[in-house]
Ligand binder design. Structure first.
Ligand code: URA
Length: 219
């Protein structure tokens, strides 16, 4: 029985499945010592069946952009358009993200854009904790390969996965968090901004805050 089917049965039976923490599985020194590279990682992600999301996705959405980027942008999970096209943030929220990046003089091709989970959850529901934990190893390996100067976490699922905190976005904004020494800035998810225009100016402040961190880093 494959792992995804086993997890599905256990879940249906109401049995909690405990997985080793992704960060423990792949501590940065372990990654550095192993021969991880983009080809290996992409070849692992494309046919992944580690969780149930593989049963309903069209394809995995690995991420796109510059693999040597200064900026790593992390969203929640692919939606319908992303699942169809195999690319992150190509729907309405993606258009807003593109505009937000343009506002700080960045093209999508200059940054690396990915999600916490690489497969679309059915009906765009929020990814379950077990799906996040299972997929997080891929995210951490992407981070270790890119070595960005900054990570922009979009929304609470990204913040939770990257920082292991359940605090609301309002509490996490405006502070420098870290993931393995990389500064992490938290802001609202573009899908939230499409619904809540009042928070757009806060997201703009967050982007300026992130730019300032990069500038200070370059001095
Ligand atoms: N929302 C996300 O979090 N990621 C995408 O790729 C698209 C929408």
């Amino acid at each position: 029985m494959d792992n995804a089917t086993r997890l599905q049965y256990l879940e249906a039976m109401g049995i909690d499945v405990w997985l080793p923490k992704a960060d423990n599985l792949l501590a940065p020194n372990v990654i550095a010592e192993s021969a991880d590279n983009w080809e290996v990682l992409q070849a692992e992600v494309a046919p992944c069946t580690r969780c149930n999301l593989c049963n309903t996705r069209t394809q995995t959405v690995f991420g796109s952009g510059n693999k040597n980027a200064d900026w790593m942008i992390v969203g929640e999970a692919p939606g319908q358009s992303e699942d169809r096209q195999g690319l992150p943030f190509v729907g309405k929220a993606g258009q807003l993200l593109t505009e937000m990046l343009r506002a700080i003089d960045l093209d999508r091709e200059q940054v690396f854009i990915t999600n916490v989970v690489k497969c679309r959850p059915p009906d765009n529901r929020e990814p379950k904790p077990i799906e996040v934990e299972t997929c997080k190893t891929y995210l951490l390996r992407q981070h270790a390969l890119i070595k960005p100067k900054i990570i922009l976490a979009l929304g609470h699922v990204a913040a939770l996965a990257l920082l292991n905190t359940d605090e609301p976005i309002a509490e996490l904004r405006g502070k420098i968090h870290t993931l393995n020494d990389t500064p992490v800035v938290v802001t609202y998810h573009p899908a939230h901004l499409l619904r809540s225009l009042l928070d757009k100016h806060k997201a703009w402040a967050d982007l300026k805050f992130a730019m300032q961190i990069i500038r200070n880093h370059q001095r």
